[in-house]
Design a protein around this ligand. Structure first.
Ligand SMILES: [Fe+2]
Ligand SMILES: [Fe+2]
Length: 178
């Protein structure tokens, strides 16, 4: 499936790989837009806009969200390797890793619910998983914006940031912006 590029959820500029924490923060704004689309489907699954909303959300969830999660798990390793070691950092990473695991289960159910639209039929009731996923994702993004990203800005040096940005670009098979 194509990367999300709907006007609502556009690809992020590749020069942002030079500022990888800003990239993650910008991607969080895209995730929150996807959550809004999911909420609109829950409220009115058969509206005129529902097919477009479901397909935009599905494109992001399938193509972009796995990359975002892989970026963060990469970041967790880089933060865990920073000196000096910190219980506070370890405990935050543990919480976020657990949330990635529980959200993956909800994501699977959400994709199954949205796949009805892909097959050409809007369901009468989209089921509880979509709303639960959207709410869980919002809380997760809030925690990451409030704790993870400031911590990363504080702990990663310029060389760490460049190495992280290069690994994000490589993950997407695009050249690092020199
Ligand atoms: Fe995350
Ligand atoms: Fe995130």
């Amino acid at each position: 499936m194509e990367r999300a590029g709907s006007g609502l959820i556009n690809p992020l500029p590749e020069n942002l790989f030079r500022r990888p924490i800003d990239y993650l923060q910008a991607d969080h704004r895209r995730i929150l837009r996807v959550c809004d689309l999911l909420d609109s489907l829950v409220v009115d699954p058969r509206s005129d806009a529902s097919f477009a909303s479901a397909n935009i959300a599905l494109a992001y969830l399938r193509a972009d969200l796995p990359l975002h999660i892989a970026d963060e798990e990469d970041l967790f390793h880089r933060l865990a390797a920073c000196f000096p070691p910190s219980d506070r950092v370890e405990s935050l990473i543990e919480t976020l890793e657990q949330e990635h695991g529980s959200n993956a289960v909800l994501l699977e159910r959400t994709e199954a619910a949205l796949s009805f639209y892909e097959a050409g039929s809007a369901p009468d009731d989209i089921g509880p998983a979509v709303a639960t996923f959207a709410e869980a994702k919002r809380q997760h993004v809030r925690l990451e914006n409030e704790r993870l990203l400031p911590l990363a800005r504080d702990r990663l040096g310029a060389d760490d940031c460049e190495a992280f940005g290069r690994s994000m670009a490589l993950r997407r098979r695009v050249p690092y912006p020199e």
